[in-house]
Design a protein around this ligand. Structure first.
Ligand code: SF4
Length: 223
């Protein structure tokens, strides 16, 4: 890991003169930062740097992220890790990234030419101008009492657990790309997951305004 300090700002290219000092001291709960190929949704197949934040305001049964195990890192350390990779696309994911004030990271990364995406459960609004690509993965099929606040964006990605897709009719209008994804559970058998895949494929054939999204990174055994 590359550790930069504010005192290094004159001679290390990671920190630039336009960086605001208060942005460099902000801390976030970070599960992991890694470079991988996006495995699902509209940007599947495109390399990104993933910043996985700790904590979430929901508890989905299929969640595969240990979002309660994290380190507190400041933006200088986060920036140092991101800069190690030859990749100008960053995805904020989680946990639920919108639980945190992402503006300091936004300013530091945009100043270096990064394209920013977020994957959010949509329960917290995404401020205008914060993110270049907003992907909302609503969980209201599991939590009917949780209000979806972010109802517009670039990509709507729903995990299919047998819900009636008519529940998304109004919501679809706010998004450019609409994906349905089989529920994949690592703890279940190949047959169990295969059945979910077949059901989701069948639903997409009957509802062609939806596109099938597969978590190809899971099948490949990568992050
Ligand atoms: S909203 Fe996402 S991160 Fe939070 S529990 Fe559900 S799947 Fe996990």
């Amino acid at each position: 890991m590359v550790h930069l300090t504010q005192s290094d700002s004159c001679n290390i290219s990671g920190v630039i003169p336009t960086d605001h000092p208060s942005d460099l001291a902000v801390e976030y709960p970070i599960v992991e930062i890694f470079h991988s190929v996006q495995g699902e949704g509209y940007h599947a197949g495109i390399p990104h740097v993933f910043i996985r934040f700790g904590t979430c305001n929901l508890r989905c049964e299929w969640c595969d992220t240990d979002f309660l195990t994290f380190e507190t890192k400041n933006t200088i350390d986060i920036l140092g890790e991101v800069l190690k990779f030859d990749c100008k696309r960053v995805i904020f994911t989680g946990g639920e990234p919108m639980l945190h004030d992402l503006w300091p990271l936004h300013r530091l990364l945009k100043a270096r030419g990064y394209n920013l995406s977020v994957e959010t459960n949509g329960t917290i609004p995404v401020p205008e101008g914060l993110i270049d690509w907003v992907c909302v993965s609503p969980k209201d099929q599991m939590y009917p009492n949780v209000r979806l606040e972010q109802r517009r964006g670039d990509e709507l990605k729903c995990v299919y657990v047998g819900q009636d897709l008519s529940m998304y009719e109004e919501l679809q209008q706010g998004f450019k790309h609409i994906f349905l994804q089989p529920c994949y559970m690592e703890t279940e058998s190949v047959e169990w997951n295969g059945k979910n895949f077949a059901e989701t494929e069948s639903i997409v054939k009957q509802n062609p305004s939806w596109r099938l999204s597969l978590q190809t990174h899971k099948w490949m055994g990568v992050d």
